[in-house]
Design a protein around this ligand. Structure first.
Ligand code: ADP
Ligand code: XUL
Length: 512
């Protein structure tokens, strides 16, 4: 009865899932919300407050403290000595700057006391940051323009990507940049703590940096040069998913009772992990994650990039590629509408049920700067929509998100036969009904809404055992039978027209 642990260090929380590879069961699932568990950091939805909506940082020590608390909870619930291997998932793009590498840690001192002195930058820019437009332009120009950048790294330059963020740090805080010996992603930072040694970065998360050669799955020397001085020396190697980093840090053996033989498998980004956790190990399948961000992604055998340069190509943990489009105004935009009318999620659902699909006005829900389409100055735009009509606004925000997904994924050329869905908001059937109607296909739900943590546990299993990916995911990453939300024929046609109205509204506002 070998057990495998998957951790997901995400924007708002850290979650653990333990799977039993013999019984094919999830035997433990628990999450810790950063804001609620560690109010002393002053975070809101996992991020630090600030005056500039384009600058979004998080305190890395909150992730470290939450990891320790989660491990303590896990050790109370599960015989952790039976855990054979651990892997993990991190919110993508965020970066951590260290003045000294992470090594074996002492179980008699706190994790916080041992990690905090290693930071050369107290806070971490995360994926919600959009303050690096100038650096994006510099790097793109140096690489020869949009097409050349996309072909080289799998994506155009994006404000949240790690390369532009590193360039900004090197420009604005040159001394701190110079004293940095290692730059980590959230995934490799957390796996370095787990393994007690500097962890490699995998091609799933490495592709979210504008620094990796997407075809070679190694650092791109031209991109490193275009980004910051002496960068190659500060980056760990890129290693294929499944690579074993080593055995677990003695800290977790002494403090929480892990076996000294427990293997640490390289981590990935939350979207590549979700791809695995939803069982998308064959090309041509589509999924949507409704987490803090909404992402639409699918697996593909060949590397095909977005001609509109809005989407990305990442490495898939199974060695294939994945394509991804990220919408920043996901759950937090839905929450903003919900909260503005004093509703809870049940009230939000009632509002959706009380309105007719495709009947009200339109909203462009850019509460925060948006990634797709590219909007740096936030603003909510309404067309024939009364700002004070609670039900109409609840419907309008969800319809907007689903129509935007449909429009901006057209380049993939996939008419989905079905969509697999995950993330916190996938628990909401009324949101999924709008997704099914707008996309005109059934939406399938899963036992867990934490597919990134499940994917991480499956990466631990596959990496340690070397089994085929199809065998790894069988019995775990499958939709719950009979749980699908089917499109309502009478409304599917309504959305064909409404999508065109939305496209025109979006284009007119973007032009203005
Ligand atoms: P992340 O992994 O990015 O931290 P999650 O996938 O855990 O995020 O999703 C968290 C979000 O899920 C919350 O911000 C909340 O808005 C949303 N959520 C939780 N329950 C519901 C619900 N019943 N309906 C809609 N959204 C929900
Ligand atoms: C993907 C992206 C987000 C983060 C946080 O490119 O920026 O989905 O991974 O979930």
């Amino acid at each position: 009865m070998p057990l495998y642990l998957g951790l997901d260090s995400s924007t708002q929380s850290i979650t653990a899932i333990v799977i039993d590879s013999d019984s094919r069961e999830i035997v433990y699932e628990h999450g810790i919300n950063f804001d609620a568990a560690f109010p002393e950091y002053g975070t809101s939805n996992g991020t630090l407050p600030g005056d500039d909506p384009q600058v979004v940082h998080a305190p890395p020590m909150i992730w470290v403290e939450a990891l320790d608390e989660l491990m303590a909870h896990l050790a109370d619930a599960v015989d952790v000595a039976r855990i054979v291997a651990v892997s993990g998932s991190g919110q993508q793009h965020g970066s951590i700057y260290l003045n000294s590498p992470i090594g074996p840690l002492n179980p008699d001192e706190s994790l916080k006391a041992q990690i905090e002195p290693l930071l050369s930058r107290a806070t971490s820019p995360i994926w919600m940051d959009s303050s690096t437009n100038a650096q994006c332009n510099d790097i793109r120009d140096a690489l020869g323009g949009t097409s050349a950048t996309t072909a080289a790294t799998g994506s155009n330059t994006f404000e949240r990507f790690t390369g532009p963020q590193i360039r900004k740090f090197a420009e604005t805080e040159p001394a701190a940049y110079a004293s940095t010996v290692t730059i980590a992603l959230v995934s490799s930072f957390m796996s370095s703590i787990l393994a007690g040694t500097t962890s490699p970065i995998d091609p799933g998360d490495g592709a979210g940096m504008n620094l990796m050669d997407i075809a070679a799955r190694d650092w791109h020397p031209g991109a490193l040069d275009a980004t910051a001085e002496n960068l190659a020396a500060k980056l760990p190697p890129i290693a294929a998913s499944g690579t074993e980093i080593g055995t677990i840090n003695p800290y977790f053996v002494g403090k929480h009772g892990f076996s000294a033989d427990c293997r640490c498998i390289v981590w990935s980004g939350d979207n590549p992990c979700s791809l695995i956790g939803l069982g998308l190990v064959q090309p041509g399948m589509l999924a949507v994650s409704l987490g803090t961000s909404d992402t639409l992604f699918g697996s593909m055998a060949e590397c095909a990039t977005d001609p509109n340069a809005e989407g990305h190509v990442f490495g898939s943990p199974n060695g294939d590629y994945m394509t991804l489009i990220c919408f920043k105004n996901g759950s937090l935009a839905r929450e903003a509408v919900k909260d503005s009318f004093g509703l809870d999620w049940a009230g939000f659902s009632e509002a959706l049920q009380s309105t007719t699909p495709g009947s009200g006005g339109l909203m462009l829900p850019w509460f925060e700067p948006e990634i797709v389409p590219h909007v740096l100055t936030p603003g909510v735009h309404r067309q024939n929509l009364d700002e004070s009509d609670a039900a109409a606004n609840c419907r309008a925000v969800v319809e907007a998100q689903m129509m935007s997904m449909r429009i901006h994924s057209e380049w993939m050329g996939i008419k989905p036969a079905c969509i697999y869905v995950t993330g916190g908001a996938s628990a909401n059937a009324d949101i999924l009904q709008i997704m099914a109607n707008v996309h005109g296909c059934p939406v399938h739900r899963f036992e867990t809404t934490n597919s990134a943590a499940l994917g991480a546990a499956l990466m631990a299993l596959q990496g340690q055992s070397g089994c085929a990916w199809t065998d790894a995911v069988t019995g775990f990453a499958e939709p719950v039978a009979g749980s699908e939300v089917v499109p309502q024929d009478e409304f599917v046609g309504v959305y064909h027209e409404r999508v065109e109205a939305y496209r025109a509204f979006e284009a007119s506002v973007l032009q203005a």
